[in-house]
Design a protein around this ligand. Sequence first.
Ligand code: GDP
Ligand code: MG
Length: 175
Amino acid sequence: MAKSPEMKLAVFGRAGVGKSALVVRFLTRRFIWEYDPTLESTYRHQATIDDEVVTMEILDTAGQLLKVEDTQQKESHMRWGDGFVIVYDITDRGSFDEVAPLRGLLEEVKKPKNVPLVLVGNKADLDHARQVGTEEGERLAAEMACAFYECSACADEGGMVAEAFHELCRELRRR
Ligand code: GDP
Ligand code: MG
């Protein structure tokens, strides 16, 4: 049997948007309320997506305090990855504003352009505190020509978190 393809996925987004919570949810189907915000980890995960076994290596990034170091680290993570999840928090407008610059850096680091990407608006369970409309997320994703999901790492009834990761794998497979 052919060796299953291995995909390197990196998760980006402002501190506190729920990157670690989303990755842990995807890997364990559980929610962990407090996760060390400075911790950066990679995880290996196997899943069957559309009857094909896929091995993923998932990098849950965490920023650096110093701006120069932060950018250098981001760039090296971007060089490492094949596909990317960019996360913002629907209750944090600032985190949404950081999506386009992140995408810009990705396009700069990864040439050719059209980097495999999905956009995730996390914390959809906190609708009462929403600062970013669903249509805004949809519009931004359309501009970036990528799939878009509103998710909640803590209340993931529909399995949207896994759906976002799986869609990224499908996108990579189409390349
Ligand atoms: P990271 O810095 O992007 O890795 O963010 P974390 O995963 O550490 O999450 C930051 C905070 O947001 C933690 O207090 C989490 O409990 C909380 N959080 C993460 N995802 C969700 C979510 O979907 N809903 C809610 N209500 N809180 C979340
Ligand atoms: Mg984290």
